[in-house]
Design a protein around this ligand. Structure first.
Ligand SMILES: NC(=O)c1ccc[n+]([C@@H]2O[C@H](COP(=O)([O-])OP(=O)(O)OC[C@H]3O[C@@H](n4cnc5c(N)ncnc54)[C@H](O)[C@@H]3O)[C@@H](O)[C@H]2O)c1
Length: 330
Protein backbone atom coordinates (compact mmCIF):
# COMPACT_ATOMS: atom_id res chain seq x y z
CA UNK A 1 0.00 0.00 0.00
CA UNK A 2 1.24 3.46 -0.87
CA UNK A 3 1.25 5.89 2.06
CA UNK A 4 3.58 8.60 0.72
CA UNK A 5 2.81 10.06 -2.69
CA UNK A 6 5.15 12.52 -4.35
CA UNK A 7 5.35 14.56 -7.52
CA UNK A 8 8.51 15.82 -9.13
CA UNK A 9 8.97 19.22 -10.77
CA UNK A 10 12.03 19.00 -13.00
CA UNK A 11 12.98 15.60 -14.37
CA UNK A 12 16.65 16.12 -15.19
CA UNK A 13 19.69 14.12 -14.16
CA UNK A 14 19.59 15.03 -10.51
CA UNK A 15 15.85 14.50 -10.12
CA UNK A 16 16.18 11.07 -11.69
CA UNK A 17 18.51 9.94 -8.89
CA UNK A 18 15.99 11.12 -6.29
CA UNK A 19 13.19 9.35 -8.18
CA UNK A 20 15.08 6.05 -8.14
CA UNK A 21 15.85 6.29 -4.43
CA UNK A 22 12.37 7.55 -3.52
CA UNK A 23 10.55 4.87 -5.54
CA UNK A 24 12.71 2.18 -3.92
CA UNK A 25 11.32 3.02 -0.47
CA UNK A 26 8.48 0.64 0.38
CA UNK A 27 5.14 2.43 0.35
CA UNK A 28 6.51 5.49 -1.49
CA UNK A 29 4.94 6.22 -4.88
CA UNK A 30 5.71 8.76 -7.58
CA UNK A 31 2.29 10.01 -8.68
CA UNK A 32 3.40 12.55 -11.27
CA UNK A 33 6.37 14.06 -13.02
CA UNK A 34 6.41 17.57 -14.46
CA UNK A 35 9.02 18.92 -16.84
CA UNK A 36 8.71 21.77 -19.34
CA UNK A 37 10.43 19.43 -21.77
CA UNK A 38 7.42 17.33 -22.80
CA UNK A 39 9.43 14.42 -24.18
CA UNK A 40 11.51 14.19 -21.00
CA UNK A 41 8.39 14.40 -18.80
CA UNK A 42 6.70 11.60 -20.77
CA UNK A 43 9.74 9.34 -20.86
CA UNK A 44 10.52 9.61 -17.15
CA UNK A 45 6.85 9.39 -16.12
CA UNK A 46 6.51 6.17 -18.13
CA UNK A 47 9.59 4.76 -16.40
CA UNK A 48 8.02 5.28 -12.96
CA UNK A 49 4.38 4.58 -13.89
CA UNK A 50 3.48 8.20 -13.10
CA UNK A 51 1.37 10.84 -14.82
CA UNK A 52 3.24 13.34 -17.00
CA UNK A 53 2.74 17.11 -16.87
CA UNK A 54 4.48 20.05 -18.53
CA UNK A 55 3.04 22.63 -16.13
CA UNK A 56 3.06 22.18 -12.36
CA UNK A 57 -0.12 24.28 -11.82
CA UNK A 58 -2.66 21.69 -13.05
CA UNK A 59 -0.57 18.94 -11.46
CA UNK A 60 -0.73 20.56 -8.02
CA UNK A 61 -4.43 21.40 -8.51
CA UNK A 62 -5.49 17.93 -9.58
CA UNK A 63 -3.49 15.58 -7.37
CA UNK A 64 -3.56 14.73 -3.74
CA UNK A 65 0.11 14.65 -2.74
CA UNK A 66 2.19 14.26 0.40
CA UNK A 67 5.42 15.62 -1.04
CA UNK A 68 6.77 17.67 -3.93
CA UNK A 69 10.36 17.62 -5.15
CA UNK A 70 11.60 20.72 -6.99
CA UNK A 71 14.79 20.00 -8.93
CA UNK A 72 14.96 22.69 -11.61
CA UNK A 73 17.86 24.94 -12.67
CA UNK A 74 18.55 27.70 -10.11
CA UNK A 75 16.85 30.50 -12.10
CA UNK A 76 13.63 28.49 -12.50
CA UNK A 77 12.33 28.64 -8.90
CA UNK A 78 9.05 30.54 -9.13
CA UNK A 79 5.87 29.52 -7.34
CA UNK A 80 6.08 25.70 -7.22
CA UNK A 81 7.38 25.49 -3.65
CA UNK A 82 4.83 28.10 -2.49
CA UNK A 83 1.85 26.31 -4.06
CA UNK A 84 3.03 22.95 -2.75
CA UNK A 85 3.43 24.35 0.78
CA UNK A 86 -0.04 25.93 0.59
CA UNK A 87 -1.41 22.49 -0.24
CA UNK A 88 0.27 21.10 2.88
CA UNK A 89 2.91 19.08 0.99
CA UNK A 90 6.40 18.46 2.32
CA UNK A 91 8.88 20.06 -0.09
CA UNK A 92 12.29 18.83 -1.16
CA UNK A 93 14.15 21.60 -2.98
CA UNK A 94 17.48 21.17 -4.71
CA UNK A 95 20.33 23.53 -3.96
CA UNK A 96 20.89 26.37 -4.70
CA UNK A 97 17.28 27.03 -3.66
CA UNK A 98 17.05 30.39 -5.48
CA UNK A 99 19.10 33.10 -7.16
CA UNK A 100 17.35 36.02 -5.42
CA UNK A 101 17.03 36.29 -1.64
CA UNK A 102 13.62 37.97 -2.05
CA UNK A 103 12.30 34.83 -3.82
CA UNK A 104 13.89 32.55 -1.21
CA UNK A 105 12.35 34.51 1.65
CA UNK A 106 8.93 34.36 -0.02
CA UNK A 107 9.24 30.57 -0.31
CA UNK A 108 10.52 30.29 3.27
CA UNK A 109 7.49 32.24 4.52
CA UNK A 110 5.13 29.86 2.65
CA UNK A 111 6.89 26.80 4.08
CA UNK A 112 6.98 28.06 7.63
CA UNK A 113 3.51 29.65 7.75
CA UNK A 114 1.96 26.44 6.40
CA UNK A 115 4.02 24.33 8.81
CA UNK A 116 5.20 21.86 6.15
CA UNK A 117 8.38 19.81 6.27
CA UNK A 118 11.24 20.99 4.09
CA UNK A 119 14.47 19.48 2.87
CA UNK A 120 17.33 20.82 0.74
CA UNK A 121 19.74 18.57 -1.16
CA UNK A 122 22.84 19.24 0.95
CA UNK A 123 23.49 15.53 1.34
CA UNK A 124 27.04 16.05 2.69
CA UNK A 125 25.35 16.75 6.03
CA UNK A 126 24.46 13.06 6.20
CA UNK A 127 28.04 11.84 5.80
CA UNK A 128 29.72 10.16 8.74
CA UNK A 129 33.05 12.06 8.33
CA UNK A 130 31.15 15.35 8.23
CA UNK A 131 29.29 14.55 11.43
CA UNK A 132 32.48 13.32 13.10
CA UNK A 133 34.13 16.58 12.10
CA UNK A 134 31.24 18.53 13.60
CA UNK A 135 31.52 16.62 16.88
CA UNK A 136 35.31 16.96 16.98
CA UNK A 137 35.33 20.70 16.23
CA UNK A 138 32.56 21.47 18.74
CA UNK A 139 34.91 22.35 21.61
CA UNK A 140 37.83 23.69 19.53
CA UNK A 141 38.85 27.08 18.20
CA UNK A 142 39.22 27.27 14.43
CA UNK A 143 41.67 29.89 13.22
CA UNK A 144 41.13 29.52 9.51
CA UNK A 145 39.42 27.35 6.95
CA UNK A 146 40.65 26.90 3.42
CA UNK A 147 38.74 25.17 0.63
CA UNK A 148 39.17 24.47 -3.06
CA UNK A 149 36.83 23.23 -5.75
CA UNK A 150 38.75 22.97 -9.00
CA UNK A 151 37.17 20.79 -11.63
CA UNK A 152 35.58 20.57 -15.05
CA UNK A 153 32.74 22.27 -16.84
CA UNK A 154 29.34 20.54 -16.65
CA UNK A 155 27.70 19.99 -20.05
CA UNK A 156 24.37 21.60 -19.15
CA UNK A 157 23.84 24.83 -21.14
CA UNK A 158 22.21 26.81 -18.28
CA UNK A 159 25.21 26.10 -16.01
CA UNK A 160 27.45 28.36 -18.14
CA UNK A 161 25.09 31.35 -18.02
CA UNK A 162 25.56 33.65 -15.02
CA UNK A 163 21.90 34.76 -14.87
CA UNK A 164 20.74 31.13 -14.93
CA UNK A 165 23.16 29.31 -12.62
CA UNK A 166 24.71 32.14 -10.59
CA UNK A 167 28.18 30.78 -11.47
CA UNK A 168 30.13 27.89 -9.99
CA UNK A 169 30.33 29.22 -6.42
CA UNK A 170 26.53 29.49 -6.25
CA UNK A 171 25.76 26.35 -8.21
CA UNK A 172 28.38 23.87 -6.97
CA UNK A 173 30.76 25.23 -4.41
CA UNK A 174 27.78 26.08 -2.20
CA UNK A 175 28.18 22.44 -1.04
CA UNK A 176 31.51 23.41 0.55
CA UNK A 177 30.04 26.59 2.07
CA UNK A 178 27.15 24.63 3.53
CA UNK A 179 29.45 21.92 4.90
CA UNK A 180 31.69 24.55 6.55
CA UNK A 181 28.66 26.28 8.12
CA UNK A 182 27.32 22.93 9.28
CA UNK A 183 30.48 21.51 10.84
CA UNK A 184 31.57 24.73 12.55
CA UNK A 185 28.09 25.93 13.57
CA UNK A 186 29.56 29.35 12.69
CA UNK A 187 27.97 31.92 10.37
CA UNK A 188 29.60 34.03 7.70
CA UNK A 189 29.36 37.68 8.64
CA UNK A 190 31.25 39.30 5.78
CA UNK A 191 32.41 38.21 2.35
CA UNK A 192 34.88 39.72 -0.10
CA UNK A 193 35.14 38.21 -3.57
CA UNK A 194 37.00 38.77 -6.81
CA UNK A 195 36.07 36.94 -10.01
CA UNK A 196 37.78 36.76 -13.40
CA UNK A 197 37.45 35.07 -16.76
CA UNK A 198 41.02 34.01 -17.48
CA UNK A 199 41.13 30.95 -19.74
CA UNK A 200 37.66 30.02 -21.03
CA UNK A 201 36.73 32.97 -23.25
CA UNK A 202 36.48 30.58 -26.19
CA UNK A 203 33.71 28.43 -24.64
CA UNK A 204 30.49 29.16 -26.49
CA UNK A 205 27.72 30.66 -24.39
CA UNK A 206 29.89 30.95 -21.28
CA UNK A 207 29.20 34.08 -19.22
CA UNK A 208 30.32 32.82 -15.80
CA UNK A 209 33.77 33.55 -14.36
CA UNK A 210 36.29 30.70 -14.55
CA UNK A 211 38.25 32.04 -11.58
CA UNK A 212 36.60 32.86 -8.26
CA UNK A 213 38.47 33.75 -5.07
CA UNK A 214 36.49 34.45 -1.91
CA UNK A 215 37.53 35.61 1.56
CA UNK A 216 35.14 35.08 4.50
CA UNK A 217 34.95 36.48 8.01
CA UNK A 218 32.89 34.36 10.39
CA UNK A 219 30.89 35.58 13.39
CA UNK A 220 33.41 33.87 15.71
CA UNK A 221 36.24 35.90 14.15
CA UNK A 222 37.61 32.91 12.18
CA UNK A 223 38.64 33.58 8.59
CA UNK A 224 38.14 31.47 5.49
CA UNK A 225 39.11 31.32 1.85
CA UNK A 226 37.59 29.43 -1.05
CA UNK A 227 38.86 29.27 -4.58
CA UNK A 228 36.79 27.63 -7.26
CA UNK A 229 37.16 27.04 -10.97
CA UNK A 230 35.70 24.82 -13.73
CA UNK A 231 38.68 25.30 -16.08
CA UNK A 232 40.03 21.72 -15.82
CA UNK A 233 38.02 20.42 -18.74
CA UNK A 234 40.35 17.46 -19.35
CA UNK A 235 40.00 16.00 -15.86
CA UNK A 236 41.89 16.32 -12.62
CA UNK A 237 41.20 18.89 -9.98
CA UNK A 238 41.10 19.50 -6.29
CA UNK A 239 38.33 19.48 -3.74
CA UNK A 240 39.02 19.96 -0.06
CA UNK A 241 38.06 21.67 3.17
CA UNK A 242 40.94 22.17 5.60
CA UNK A 243 40.72 23.70 9.06
CA UNK A 244 43.73 25.26 10.78
CA UNK A 245 43.74 25.04 14.56
CA UNK A 246 46.48 25.69 17.08
CA UNK A 247 49.12 22.98 16.43
CA UNK A 248 46.76 20.99 14.19
CA UNK A 249 45.61 20.76 10.61
CA UNK A 250 42.26 19.02 10.18
CA UNK A 251 41.25 17.93 6.70
CA UNK A 252 37.58 17.11 6.21
CA UNK A 253 37.41 14.31 3.66
CA UNK A 254 34.15 12.86 2.43
CA UNK A 255 35.76 9.41 2.43
CA UNK A 256 37.41 9.96 5.85
CA UNK A 257 39.06 12.77 7.79
CA UNK A 258 42.76 13.47 8.29
CA UNK A 259 44.45 15.10 11.20
CA UNK A 260 48.04 16.27 11.30
CA UNK A 261 49.77 15.54 13.56
CA UNK A 262 47.47 12.53 13.96
CA UNK A 263 46.23 12.07 17.51
CA UNK A 264 42.72 10.67 17.25
CA UNK A 265 42.40 7.25 15.60
CA UNK A 266 38.68 7.56 14.97
CA UNK A 267 39.08 10.57 12.70
CA UNK A 268 40.63 8.34 10.06
CA UNK A 269 38.40 5.32 10.61
CA UNK A 270 36.36 3.85 7.76
CA UNK A 271 33.21 5.92 7.55
CA UNK A 272 29.81 4.43 8.30
CA UNK A 273 27.53 4.08 5.25
CA UNK A 274 25.70 7.28 4.33
CA UNK A 275 21.94 7.30 4.93
CA UNK A 276 19.84 7.68 1.79
CA UNK A 277 18.55 11.26 1.71
CA UNK A 278 15.23 10.28 0.11
CA UNK A 279 14.59 7.50 2.60
CA UNK A 280 15.27 10.03 5.37
CA UNK A 281 12.75 12.41 3.73
CA UNK A 282 10.08 9.68 3.59
CA UNK A 283 10.74 8.76 7.26
CA UNK A 284 10.38 12.43 8.21
CA UNK A 285 7.06 12.65 6.34
CA UNK A 286 5.75 9.49 7.99
CA UNK A 287 6.67 10.70 11.46
CA UNK A 288 6.14 14.41 10.69
CA UNK A 289 9.56 14.98 12.22
CA UNK A 290 11.56 17.84 10.70
CA UNK A 291 14.53 17.07 12.95
CA UNK A 292 15.28 13.89 10.95
CA UNK A 293 16.05 16.06 7.90
CA UNK A 294 19.64 17.30 7.82
CA UNK A 295 18.96 20.59 6.02
CA UNK A 296 15.71 22.58 6.16
CA UNK A 297 14.76 25.20 3.58
CA UNK A 298 15.76 27.93 6.07
CA UNK A 299 19.23 26.40 6.50
CA UNK A 300 19.60 25.91 2.74
CA UNK A 301 18.64 29.53 2.17
CA UNK A 302 21.29 30.69 4.63
CA UNK A 303 23.97 28.99 2.52
CA UNK A 304 22.55 30.69 -0.59
CA UNK A 305 22.73 34.00 1.23
CA UNK A 306 26.51 33.59 1.62
CA UNK A 307 27.19 32.79 -2.04
CA UNK A 308 24.90 35.55 -3.30
CA UNK A 309 26.72 37.99 -1.00
CA UNK A 310 29.97 36.86 -2.67
CA UNK A 311 28.48 37.57 -6.11
CA UNK A 312 27.43 41.03 -4.94
CA UNK A 313 30.90 41.69 -3.55
CA UNK A 314 32.57 40.61 -6.78
CA UNK A 315 30.31 43.00 -8.67
CA UNK A 316 30.78 45.99 -6.37
CA UNK A 317 34.44 45.37 -5.55
CA UNK A 318 33.57 45.88 -1.88
CA UNK A 319 32.96 43.48 1.02
CA UNK A 320 29.34 42.39 1.45
CA UNK A 321 27.48 41.28 4.56
CA UNK A 322 25.68 37.97 4.61
CA UNK A 323 22.25 39.15 5.72
CA UNK A 324 20.94 35.82 6.97
CA UNK A 325 23.72 35.63 9.52
CA UNK A 326 23.34 39.30 10.45
CA UNK A 327 19.60 38.99 11.00
CA UNK A 328 20.20 36.00 13.25
CA UNK A 329 17.90 33.88 11.09
CA UNK A 330 19.18 30.58 12.39
N1 LIG B 1 22.51 17.91 -4.40
C1 LIG B 1 23.33 17.61 -5.39
O1 LIG B 1 24.42 17.05 -5.19
C2 LIG B 1 22.96 17.97 -6.80
C3 LIG B 1 23.58 17.32 -7.87
C4 LIG B 1 23.23 17.70 -9.16
C5 LIG B 1 22.31 18.71 -9.37
N2 LIG B 1 21.73 19.33 -8.29
C6 LIG B 1 20.78 20.43 -8.48
O2 LIG B 1 19.59 19.96 -9.08
C7 LIG B 1 19.03 20.99 -9.90
C8 LIG B 1 18.78 20.41 -11.29
O3 LIG B 1 20.02 20.00 -11.83
P1 LIG B 1 20.11 18.92 -13.00
O4 LIG B 1 21.54 18.56 -13.09
O5 LIG B 1 19.12 17.84 -12.80
O6 LIG B 1 19.72 19.82 -14.25
P2 LIG B 1 19.13 19.34 -15.64
O7 LIG B 1 19.34 20.46 -16.59
O8 LIG B 1 19.64 17.97 -15.96
O9 LIG B 1 17.57 19.17 -15.34
C9 LIG B 1 16.74 20.23 -15.07
C10 LIG B 1 15.36 19.86 -15.61
O10 LIG B 1 14.43 20.83 -15.17
C11 LIG B 1 13.55 21.10 -16.26
N3 LIG B 1 12.92 22.39 -15.98
C12 LIG B 1 13.43 23.63 -16.13
N4 LIG B 1 12.52 24.55 -15.73
C13 LIG B 1 11.45 23.88 -15.32
C14 LIG B 1 10.18 24.26 -14.79
N5 LIG B 1 9.88 25.53 -14.59
N6 LIG B 1 9.30 23.29 -14.50
C15 LIG B 1 9.59 21.99 -14.70
N7 LIG B 1 10.77 21.56 -15.19
C16 LIG B 1 11.68 22.49 -15.50
C17 LIG B 1 14.41 21.02 -17.50
O11 LIG B 1 13.65 20.83 -18.65
C18 LIG B 1 15.30 19.83 -17.15
O12 LIG B 1 14.75 18.60 -17.58
C19 LIG B 1 20.03 22.14 -9.88
O13 LIG B 1 19.64 23.10 -8.93
C20 LIG B 1 21.32 21.48 -9.42
O14 LIG B 1 22.19 22.33 -8.71
C21 LIG B 1 22.04 18.96 -7.02
Amino acid sequence: MSDVKAAFIGAGGNAHGHMERFAAVEGATIAAICDINEARAGEVAAEFGAEAYTDHHPMLDELDLDAVYVSVPPFAHTDAEILAAEKGCAVFVEKPVCLEMSKGLEILEAIESNGVLSSVGFQLRLLDPVNRAKAWLADKTVGMVSSHRWGGLPGTAWWRVMEQSGGQLVEQTIHQIDAIRYVTGDEVEEVYAQYALRTMQDVEGLTIPDTQAVLFKFKSGALGTISTSPMLTKGGGKGDIVFLLRDQVFELGFGGNKLAPETDEWLCADPEPTPNIDEVFVDAIRTQNQSLIPCSYREGLMSVDVVLAANKSAQSGKPDGSSAAQDGRT
